[in-house]
Design a protein around this ligand. Structure first.
Ligand code: ADP
Ligand code: MG
Length: 725
């Protein structure tokens, strides 16, 4: 066996679980101890400062310099007492992951020594050299300034020795250069729009929250095996390897008992997560071998998203401690399930109502129908945009593939909610709405059985499913920043609710009763948004054909999908959240990223094919040739005796020649694409003329893997990557 592969397999199979230092306290006792949360604020801030900052957080008001000074002083004291020596603004540029630049608290004290300092100015705003972050042309290098500005709605925390302050990241001219800024704006937009609508039913509501509960799927691979796979290390996925004879067909991994080494990793991760105030709750084996899932209790959308990013970087760190590498790529291995990140999303009020929960009385049920129907309408109108929001070079491998939602957005409501909407649509105002003596609205459709709703039928094939008291956006990729999907969803729903409110108010102004007006508009929406509803099998070929006739967006080319961001509807949807200029700039970044990811994959595959695979195949072929030559020496009948060898010699040549030819064709395709000026056209060229070679070359390499002597094969095989631990 190839030396490197042999050593890696041996190291991985001998590895022992790493013992984890337990906190020795109940989770509730140390939960959030590394967070400057309300408890810490009460202790380290004056009463006035605490009140003022809470008020600013609650009402989204800007924090003035004076208040920032006071908060900074308390935060500094808390951080120093908890062992922090450095601080950083922690932000989410348009790359994968987060960014940070650490500064020590130290300043000269004027007497030859040092003191620890941290001012309100440093807390509130910084100016990281932004020229190396993607901006899509919003920031030329000579005007490289970008600002990071404190987001007080997400609490500061300590990681290692560093105080991390969640911030937005914007350009000198005010355009957003990150994921957080538009997310925060979309949260405000949906708050305003939903509050206005919910007041038809509950006049005391003054604020609406969007909630996010993410479910993070991931793979773990032993670090030695990972290191022996340059494709995994450089691209996050395996660009070659034949399927293992056993993979997930026995369905013995899902919810199976967690391997001990992995269990230790999970414990370690959970301790760190709890200390950072992240309420991680669920852990289990996923469908594919070596695939797992982690889910917290849902939180307010912005905080939940920060927590997801934080958990992803914690996972990366903790995995290394346990000699694992964590893979967030949506499709690290061909032929087995990929990883997604279901985004469970709902809306709630400051009075404690979940707007997606069917209620106990008629008025609550009309409210429920109002929100469900408006979400349907929003998803229908913006189905192309929502798909664009989850599209990427990496997620493309998962969408449309067998085990994941197709590249078409539809909504699964389940039979009960579907029936209710169907009845609602058909019944007339008179028999559907009765206002009784207590001024309650009664719907002819009757009560919605609550308990049954908790058990809504599960449809694993739907990209957007109603699951009892929330919608589950399942098409989100495991490596994605959830903010992309959540911004698009919040924006779509906000815009839809604004349109709805305007239509209802217009009817009321024309003399209709509130109930009649609500009823009339909802009925119209149910009819109009019917094409987005689909309860059948989303993986079937029939659905793809059917979706076309329903005029849903069926585009599968990722660079072209991004065009939806700048459609007329999208520009309207993003009013007040992202300007047309920002939308165009962000698309430039998306196309550039798409191209670069494919370029890297194509280069890595070319290198591996020429330097790892072909030489080994030829060496094996030489053995066969020597064998045949020797047979010839001992027998005239060598062609019969060496029939299999001769067949293999020919096969190896066929594959080697095909690989070589295709690698060079791919190189030419890349060169041609690289010469294209426009980022969009370049990405399209990579999609259309470079990407197909990745599959074609892989096909021949995987065939060789089946032929070539196992002892010689240089790269760990799937059966080793996925089953040795
Ligand atoms: P599943 O059965 O889909 O695997 P779970 O029941 O474990 O999922 O829940 C998935 C996620 O949904 C969790 O993060 C959970 O907290 C979240 N969730 C539950 N209710 C809501 C809600 N109303 N809004 C948003 N997220 C929610
Ligand atoms: Mg789920």
């Amino acid at each position: 066996m190839s030396k490197l592969r042999f050593k890696a397999v041996a190291a991985a199979s001998n590895r022992k679980p790493v013992e984890v230092k337990k906190p020795g306290r109940k989770t509730s006792e140390y939960y959030g101890e590394n967070v400057f949360n309300q408890k810490a604020m009460i202790k380290y801030l004056s009463k006035e400062t605490y009140k003022a900052i809470q008020n600013a957080i609650e009402n989204g008001e800007t924090v003035n310099r004076n208040l920032a000074e006071h908060v900074a002083a308390g935060m500094r004291m808390w951080a120093l007492e908890n062992g922090a020596t450095h601080y950083t603004h922690w932000f989410q540029p348009l790359t994968d992951g987060t960014a940070e630049k650490h500064d020590a608290f130290i300043e000269h004290d004027g007497n030859g020594g040092l003191i620890e300092e941290f001012s309100g100015k440093l807390l509130a705003q910084q100016e990281p050299d932004a020229s190396s972050f993607p901006s899509g042309g919003l920031r030329n290098t000579f005007e490289a300034r970008g600002y990071s500005a404190w987001d007080p709605s997400s609490p500061a925390f300590i990681m290692g020795d560093t105080l991390c302050i969640p911030t937005i990241f914007i350009s000198y001219t005010g355009e957003s250069l990150d994921y957080k800024t538009p997310l925060l704006k979309s949260i405000t937009a949906v708050d305003k729009a939903a509050s206005d609508v919910v007041r038809y039913f509950n006049e005391d509501v003054t604020k609406c929250y969007s909630y996010l509960g993410w479910e993070q799927e991931y793979f773990l691979v032993d670090e030695d095996l990972y290191a022996a796979r340059p494709d995994l290390a450089l691209t996050g996925r395996t660009l070659m390897s034949h399927e293992s004879s056993k993979n997930q067909q026995l369905e013995d991994h899902y919810f199976g008992s967690i391997p001990e080494r992995v269990q230790k990793f999970m414990e370690d991760l959970e301790y760190e997560s709890y200390a950072l105030g992240i309420p991680v709750k669920t852990r289990h084996n996923e469908v594919a071998p070596n695939q797992f899932e982690l889910a917290p209790i849902y939180e307010e959308c912005n905080l939940a998203n920060d927590h997801n990013l934080l958990v992803m970087s914690l996972m990366d760190k903790v995995a290394r401690r346990h000699s694992f590498r964590v893979l967030f790529h949506e499709k690290p291995f061909k032929g087995i399930n990929g990883s997604g990140k279901h985004n469970n999303w709902s809306l709630g009020t400051n009075t404690g109502i979940n707007l997606l929960s069917p209620g106990k009385d008629q008025i609550e049920n009309l409210r429920f129908i109002t929100f469900v129907v408006n979400i349907l309408a929003a998803v229908h109108k913006n189905n192309a945009l929502l798909k664009a929001s989850i599209s990427s070079a990496t997620n493309a491998h998962r969408l449309g593939a067998n085990e994941a939602p197709p590249a078409i957005i539809s909504v699964f409501l389940g039979t009960q909610v579907s029936d209710i909407l169907d009845k609602f649509e058909k019944s007339s105002v008179k028999d559907a709405i009765v206002v009784d003596a207590k001024k309650q609205i009664k719907l002819g459709v009757g009560q919605i059985p609550e308990i049954l709703l908790d058990n809504t039928d599960r449809n694993r094939t739907s990209p957007f499913a109603f699951t009892g008291n929330r919608f589950e956006f399942r098409a989100v990729g495991s490596s994605a920043n959830c903010a992309s999907a959540m911004t698009a969803l919040n924006a779509s729903v906000a815009e839809q609710l604004r349109v709805f409110k305007a239509e209802v108010d217009e009817l009321i102004n024309k003399g209709k009763s509130k109930e009649e007006a609500l009823y009339e508009v909802l009925k119209k929406y149910i009819k109009e948004s019917r094409p987005i509803r689909f309860n059948g099998n989303g993986y079937s070929e029939e659905w793809k054909a059917e979706a076309k006739t329903r005029d849903l967006d069926c585009e599968t080319s990722v660079p072209v999908i991004f065009d939806s961001y700048t459609s007329k509807q999208s520009i309207k949807t993003f009013t007040g959240i992202l300007s047309e200029v920002e939308l165009h700039a962000r698309n430039e970044v998306k196309w550039e990223t798409y191209t670069k990811k494919l370029q890297i994959e194509s280069r890595v595959l070319g290198d591996l094919a020429l330097n790892h695979i072909i030489p080994v195949a030829i060496r094996y072929q030489s053995l066969l040739i020597t064998n045949v030559a020797k047979l010839k020496e001992i027998s005239d009948d060598y062609k019969t005796l060496g029939a299999e060898q001769l067949r293999l010699i020919e096969k190896v040549s066929t594959h080697v020649n095909a690989i070589n030819a295709k690698v060079h064709e791919m190189l030419d395709a890349r060169k041609a694409a690289n010469n294209i000026e426009s980022e969009r056209e370049k990405a399209v060229a990579y999609h259309d003329s470079v990407a197909p070679y990745l599959d074609e070359i892989r096909y021949h390499i995987d065939k060789l893997e089946l032929i070539v002597d196992n002892e010689m094969w240089p790269l760990p095989k799937y059966r080793e990557l996925l089953f040795v631990r």
